[in-house]
Design a protein around this ligand. Structure first.
Ligand code: DX5
Ligand code: ZN
Length: 207
């Protein structure tokens, strides 16, 4: 599945960006929420998700790059998020938060930054619906993929097979025309792309 990230869309015309996603192979809309604390910038929040919701039938994949994600999940669920992913590095009581997301009827995802090993979320794998592997340090679109992070996708796929689990593996950051093949070779289920997708340089259909 391709999950284009609205972070690289024209913010003055996000409604059209949703059409661009649907017309160019997107199966999921990736929505990057930044709080200016966990990451340096602030992007958009619940009111933006709520106003976009009626304009797309695709699932909204909300990536919370925020401190204290437990304070945000109820309102994002209400605003129309379908998948809610939070960072392992921003949450101590992750099982509780996963349960909360599930109780709101949403899919729960856990994400790790490049310096966090897959092993760090081992205890959560049987509870989550999605693991988001960051292949850049979160916070900005258009950064260069860190090649050593790609093997985490494979590592996770092996663990999933060994333990007979069924979470999705998603990869986020620096996926473009040059890196797409190596990323796909590692076997993710979901590929997030922002700058390459919105500048027409991803070549998703050809891959
Ligand atoms: C980075 C975000 C990504 C970002 C990806 O902090 O989580 O989703 O939009 O952008 P590209 O594809 O340009 O690296
Ligand atoms: Zn993201």
């Amino acid at each position: 599945m391709l999950a284009p990230s609205l972070l690289s869309a024209d913010f003055s015309d996000l409604k059209s960006a949703l059409q661009t996603v649907e017309q160019n192979g997107g199966s999921v809309v990736h929505i990057d929420v930044m709080d200016g604390i966990f990451v340096p910038q602030i992007s958009y929040g619940q009111p933006v998700v709520q106003s976009l919701r009626p304009h797309s039938k695709l699932p909204f994949d909300v990536h919370l790059m925020v401190e204290k994600p437990e304070n945000q999940v109820d309102s994002f669920a209400e605003a129309g998020a379908d998948w809610i992913t939070f960072h392992h590095e921003a949450c101590v009581h992750s099982h509780r938060l996963i349960q909360r997301i599930h109780s709101l009827g949403k899919k729960a995802g856990i994400s790790i930054v490049p310096s966090t090993p897959v092993q760090a979320v081992s205890e959560l794998l049987e509870y989550v619906d999605l693991v988001l592997i960051m292949t850049v340090n979160p916070g900005f679109g258009g950064q260069k993929l860190i090649p050593s992070c790609v093997r985490k996708i494979q590592e996770l796929a092996e663990i999933r097979r060994e333990r007979n689990l069924d979470f999705l593996i998603s990869v986020d950051g620096g996926v473009n025309g040059q890196t797409l093949d190596s990323v796909l070779a590692a076997g993710p289920d979901v590929v997030v792309s922002g700058s390459a997708f919105f500048s027409g340089k991803l070549n998703w259909k050809n891959s």
